[in-house]
Design a protein around this ligand. Structure first.
Ligand code: AP5
Length: 214
């Protein structure tokens, strides 16, 4: 199965991708995680991407397209995956369509996660991430057992640079301008499934799997 998770920052794409990965045994490909990993390593990609992420702006399309082409259609073709955070612009969506056509491949569905902006702001400002294993927590809805420490690997929990309030607001504005038009694009293609993401992670997951099985 080849899926795209679309939706504003903090709506729960990463959380749902993790649950879908377990359910369907297919990998999550998170462009945000790939970029943060590259920044941590100080690689060429990381150096190029750093200033965009810290401001909540999108990394240029040409960089993202090179990265995704290599991941999806490189030497080892993937049987299935969940794309989390890609595509994010119409240019990226159209280029992805061309890549699929060139490889006689098809996309199964685009899950468009939706939630109220107030809820999104609350989720993002209370998110904490493990520096070591990247597990995601939430101070309100999923706190760690010991404050500041990852339950799984005892790594340090930190607040993402772009989860500060000013940057969150810019990310939401960037989403509305550059990514939201993809909802109509994929609806017109007949593969969009709208998902109410305001329930608990398990409730949202149950709704997604029932929609996919339909
Ligand atoms: P990225 O890492 O993709 O960030 P994002 O899209 O802004 O999404 P988030 O990771 O912030 O949120 P999420 O929807 O995954 O929510 P989560 O599940 O963590 O991208 C970061 C940056 O990279 C971009 O700004 C850009 O610069 C760059 N980039 C990436 N891809 C790019 C591309 N294609 N083109 C150009 N640039 C690109 O949940 C959030 C919190 O809520 C957590 O604490 C979680 O525990 C909690 N939570 C989740 N679901 C629930 C629920 N149902 N109930 C209660 N709590 C919940």
């Amino acid at each position: 199965m080849k899926l795209i998770l679309l939706g504003p920052p903090g709506v729960g794409k990463g959380t749902q991708a993790q649950l879908l990965t377990k359910e369907y045994k297919i990998p999550q490909i998170s462009t945000g995680d790939i970029l943060r990993g590259a920044i941590q390593k100080g690689s060429d990609l990381g150096q190029k991407a750093n200033s965009y992420l810290s401001k909540g702006e999108l990394v240029p399309d040409d960089i993202m397209l090179g990265l995704i082409r290599e991941k999806l259609f490189g030497d080892v073709p993937l049987g299935g995956y969940i794309l989390d955070g890609f595509p994010r612009t119409l240019v990226q969506a159209k280029a992805l369509k061309t890549m699929f056509q060139e490889n006689n491949d098809t996309l199964d569905a685009v899950l468009s996660l939706e939630a109220d902006e107030k809820l999104i702001l609350k989720r993002l400002s209370s998110r904490r991430t493990c520096r070591n294993c990247k597990a995601v927590y939430n101070l309100i809805t999923k706190p760690p057992v010991v404050s500041g420490i990852c339950d799984t690997c005892s790594g340090e929990l930190y607040q993402r640079n772009d989860d500060k309030i000013g940057t969150i607001q810019n990310r939401i504005a960037v989403y509305k301008k550059q990514t939201e038009p993809l909802i109509d694009y994929y609806r017109a293609a007949g593969i969009l499934i709208a998902i109410d993401s305001s329930g608990s992670p398990q409730e949202v997951h149950g709704f997604i799997t029932s929609q996919l099985e339909d």
